[in-house]
Design a protein around this ligand. Sequence first.
Ligand SMILES: [Zn+2]
Length: 155
Amino acid sequence: MRRAIALAREADGKPGASPIGCVIVCGEKIIAEGHNEVDLRPDPTAHAEIVAIRRAAEHLGSSEMRGATLYSTLQPCGMCSMASIWAKIGRIVYGAQRNRVHRMYFEDRHLDTMDFITDAFRNDLTLTGGILAKDCAALYYKPDDDVPVEEQGNI
Ligand SMILES: [Zn+2]
């Protein structure tokens, strides 16, 4: 998670990138990492998790990542939760939970994207949230922050 936080901080200084970091670990080795590159590419699907999943698939030469752990500084959105399920990732670990950050980081009002994970057919997928949550949440706007219009992601 500390490596994911470093990636997020690195992205914070890059135009077009957003401070969300992701690392995928397999067999105790980092096989892929990334940060949000949505406006850098530009590509609306270039969330940190998707960037890292694509790199992990290239590294493994496979679309299946059984046994791999995905670390993200922020609770994954719906797209990234689903991608993790389809990638057959074994464990998702995230830092800041949805209730610690501004609503603009998520696409829906009431659904908790982690319900996608807990409701998945797979029984080999585990989920851990709130790891280094304070450090991770410090990367983002807080729930009641007045976010400048040009930075409002999903509102
Ligand atoms: Zn996402």
